[in-house]
Write a protein that binds this ligand. Structure first.
Ligand SMILES: [Zn+2]
Length: 203
């Protein structure tokens, strides 16, 4: 069997299944704990370029090159886990170790299909639609996106992509950046108020 098209509904159903199995609603999700609970080894390796999931003798291991961005690392771990959970290795003739060499048996287009499935999986898993939308307030500002980034422990790019994907904003430019001078005016007002309340003269 070879990948023919991106199975969006299948991927979403699998995320629902995983969520039911875990029975956890706590945000952010501990990706590492989930990976370990499935008996997958997780290792940080310095001399590899890309995160990789390896299947060897029916066992799985995820190798991650350490980066300075923890959120990106977490996203990568979840992405590799998605390859496992969506059974890509079992269903398709995907990369294997042959004579110690790592080779791809799929075409570029077929690999792209599987990559997209994993990206959809991760967005659905780490930024669950209902919980995510519940926390969005209008108008959506950059500060708010930064806040969502902290709550869900993902990168700002992932938050913005999800906002676009769920139709909250059309593009990045729609994110409202609060004008610094408005903040400064507020600060000045509160300083003045504080001074008058406390009877402090301006220094
Ligand atoms: Zn991948």
């Amino acid at each position: 069997m070879r990948p023919i098209g991106i199975r969006i509904e299948y991927v979403k159903a699998k995320v629902g299944e995983l969520r039911n199995t875990l029975g956890l609603k706590k945000i952010p999700i501990s990706v590492e704990d989930v990976i370990k609970s499935y008996g997958i080894k997780l290792r940080y390796v310095f001399d590899i370029q890309f995160p990789t999931l390896v299947r060897y003798n029916e066992r799985y291991a995820i190798f991650i090159p350490p980066s300075i961005n923890m959120q990106r690392e977490r996203w990568s771990c979840a992405h590799e886990f998605a390859h496992f959970y969506l059974k890509h290795y079992e269903t398709f003739p995907v990369s294997r170790f042959i004579n110690g060499h790592y080779i791809d048996l799929l075409s570029e287009k077929e690999i792209y299909i599987l990559e997209r499935e994993c990206d959809i999986f991760v967005a659905e898993w780490l930024l669950p639609k209902e919980q995510f939308l519940e926390m969005v307030k209008f108008p959506v500002t950059l500060d708010q996106a930064q806040n969502l980034k902290k709550i869900f422990n993902v990168s700002l790019d992932s938050v913005i992509n999800r906002l676009i994907e769920l139709g909250v904003i059309k593009n990045r430019k729609e994110l409202i950046i609060e004008e610094p001078h408005l903040k400064a005016v507020n600060r000045e007002l509160s300083d003045r108020l504080l001074r008058s309340v406390l009877g402090i003269r301006k220094v």
